[in-house]
Design a protein around this ligand. Structure first.
Ligand code: THU
Length: 157
């Protein structure tokens, strides 16, 4: 289980706040920033990116996950999410499931109000009894483990 320090919490909140500054949310006017601490100790930010065809928009967490996976890591240690409203911004249902794919029930998720004040919840608290890779048939496990361990060399792509 990852021990989230106050210093790392501060860094993740700051990175999410900076990412929020690049949100593209002309329709909801609700800007969101997210930041993942990858297993490589690099912070991967993301922001929501909306679309005139409303359902085609992407959440900040989804954007941060894509950012991390594109860079190579397939696990993260902790995440932060910050909205632009007075209440804590909590990941939508779909993003909780996406976050579970690359984290686990013990992964700390920092939920922030617009001003950066925050609470920390585990992903297991946000998504109890999650359906994840461990629910898949046993013969899938070695395939998944090998796949998650693979680090593509993006420079050769
Ligand atoms: N949104 C996120 O990006 N992350 C969340 O955790 C909650 C909601 C976005 C989706 C949409 O662009 C806007 O916030 C309003 O729902």
């Amino acid at each position: 289980m990852f021990e989230l320090t106050p210093e790392m919490t501060k860094r993740l909140v700051k990175a999410a706040m900076t990412a929020r500054g690049n949100a593209y949310a002309p329709y909801s006017r609700y800007n969101v920033g997210a930041a993942l601490l990858g297993e490589d100790d690099v912070i991967y930010p993301g922001a929501n990116v909306e679309n005139a065809a409303y359902p085609q928009g992407a959440c900040a967490e989804t954007s941060a996950i894509s950012h991390m996976v594109l860079a190579g890591p397939r696990r993260y240690k902790a995440a932060a999410v910050i909205g632009s409203g007075p209440d804590f911004c909590t990941p939508c249902g779909g993003c909780r499931q996406r976050l579970f794919e690359f984290g686990d029930a013990s992964t700390p998720i920092i939920l922030c109000k617009a001003d950066g004040s925050h609470v920390v919840q585990t992903l297991g608290e946000l998504l109890p009894m999650a359906f994840g890779p461990s629910e898949l048939p046993d013969n899938m496990k070695p395939i998944l483990e090998a796949y998650q361990a693979r680090r593509p060399d993006v420079r050769q792509a």
